[in-house]
Design a protein around this ligand. Structure first.
Ligand SMILES: Cc1cc2nc3c(=O)[nH]c(=O)nc-3n(C[C@H](O)[C@H](O)[C@H](O)COP(=O)(O)OP(=O)(O)OC[C@H]3O[C@@H](n4cnc5c(N)ncnc54)[C@H](O)[C@@H]3O)c2cc1C
Length: 425
């Protein structure tokens, strides 16, 4: 009998497993794939370290919830901060951002009336707090600033960071995300890519006596008196697992499907139904030439690509010697994936005029349905506690408000572990 069984070894499941194993709990993590890390690990390809999902970025670098979580565990993963925080390429000119004041030259591109309105917005947010989540960020922004450059800049940032158009981001959540970006001062790249974090978590869990299974799929559960009493597992190693409590990292909808809808009340099912994922396209490019030396480049003038990063300027080990790895990201704005990719490629050719001569497309990856960018688009996350007494959720359908991607996953795990420590131990 285990204290905790965790379904899924994505970053959410592994962070939860590592913390609980450190507390001395008997932990088992059950992963259906032959590899660990879910959408946050490396995918070796032609000597390059591509990834199963993430762009190899830690959104808030060494100062965000993920890095702090790893530090509390005592793990020494090296996260190299992006310097500058980022760059915006607007009308062919690069604006390097190392601090909030570096936005001034961008703000000066706006007509005087819009600049005055921006000052008013800043004042109102400071004085009155965040705007309502009842309206979209697009509505809110367009109500205040009239020049369409504002929408383009916002779409580049949120398209790259969240894989969302601003017409689907609640205004309050969007501004809270910006506040966090400003508080944490830029992103970072884990040296060795996402897998370096996954490997150190796995090693840590095993050293603490935790058990991790791969090629083991949880296919059903037994329930008694609103408690999961047994997990049924398809694998060569084990067929069932019993634990005092169960943490699911496979997504809220997927967890409800696995357990069976009849065990959840109507309110909860409605909440889960209201979650929609964010979808995106990532283009992995190899080049002997270096094009983007200044960290994350946001590209407001592109039709689809929100931004890109030449990762090898920060971690050369992600590509064979003498080669550069550039990764672009764009939100998937229609169901015509082929067309969305074509538009992304047009964007790349406008950013790199010698694209056809100097670049090789390594791999184009699209993320949607069961393998999305985030299982809950920002602002749509639900809480980790479920109607079943010993079942809890972690991962990117239960991120904490205002925290994006793995930062949201890490802060969600932190919250639920604090809750569990109060009710169980
Ligand atoms: C294109 C793209 C770019 C991104 N860029 C970044 C970035 O640069 N930085 C960042 O922080 N985040 C980024 N993200 C988001 C980040 O990858 C995710 O938020 C994060 O990986 C989600 O982790 P998770 O643990 O919630 O889920 P997952 O990684 O999906 O883990 C869930 C695991 O559960 C397993 N599983 C499912 N069902 C079962 C079952 N029945 N039995 C056993 N196992 C099961 C799955 O195989 C999987 O391994 C990006 C995502 C994408 C797609």
């Amino acid at each position: 009998m285990y204290n905790v069984a965790i379904i899924g070894a994505g970053i959410g499941g592994l962070l939860a497993g590592a913390s609980l194993a450190k507390q001395g709990k008997k932990v088992i993590i059950i992963e259906k794939m032959p590899y660990l890390g879910g959408r946050f690990t490396n995918l070796p390809y032609k000597g390059f370290q591509l990834s199963t999902g993430a762009v190899h970025l830690i959104p808030h670098g060494n100062r965000g919830p993920l890095a702090q979580f790893l530090q509390r565990l005592g793990l020494s993963v090296k996260i190299e901060d992006c310097k500058p925080w980022c760059t915006f390429r607007i009308r062919g000119k690069d604006y390097l951002i190392n601090d909030v004041s570096d936005f001034n030259p961008i703000i000066n591109l706006f007509p005087l009336i819009d600049r005055l309105r921006m000052a008013k917005i800043l004042f109102e947010v400071k004085l009155l707090g965040l705007p309502s989540n009842e309206i979209t960020l697009e509505e809110w922004l367009k109500n205040q600033v009239k020049d369409e450059l504002a929408v383009k800049i916002a779409n580049a940032f949120y398209g790259f960071a969240l894989s969302l158009h601003i017409n689907s981001i609640p205004a309050g959540e969007g501004i809270l995300i910006l506040k966090r970006v400003n508080d944490c001062k830029g992103s970072g790249v884990p040296i060795g890519g996402c897998k370096s974090i996954i490997d150190s978590l796995v090693k840590f869990i095993e050293l603490q006596g935790g058990k991790i299974l791969t090629k083991a799929k949880v296919v059903g559960v037994d329930i008694d008196n609103e408690n999961i009493t047994k997990l049924h597992v398809e694998s060569d190693q084990i067929s069932e697992v019993s634990a005092n409590f169960v943490i699911s990292d496979i997504g809220a909808k997927e967890t409800v499907e696995l357990v069976g809808e009849k065990y959840f009340d109507k309110n909860y099912l409605q909440k889960v139904e209201s979650i929609s994922p964010s979808a995106g396209v990532k283009i992995n490019i190899a080049s002997k030439k270096s094009f983007f030396k200044n960290g994350i480049l946001f590209t407001p003038d592109c039709q689809r690509i929100g931004g890109l990063i030449e990762l090898t300027t920060i971690d050369p080990s992600l590509a064979p010697q003498g080669q550069n790895l550039i990764i672009s990201h764009q939100p998937l704005l229609s169901t015509d994936i082929k067309k969305e990719i074509e538009i992304g490629l047009e964007d790349l050719k406008s950013l790199i005029p010698s694209f056809d001569q100097d670049c090789e497309i390594l791999l184009i990856q699209s993320y949607h349905n069961g393998w999305p960018v985030n299982r809950a688009a920002s602002g749509l996350d639900i809480g980790s506690v479920t109607p079943l007494k010993n079942l809890f959720l972690v991962g990117d359908s239960v991120k904490e408000p205002g925290w994006i991607d793995t930062e949201g996953v890490a802060s969600g795990v932190e919250q639920i572990l604090e809750y569990l420590s109060k009710i169980f131990y």
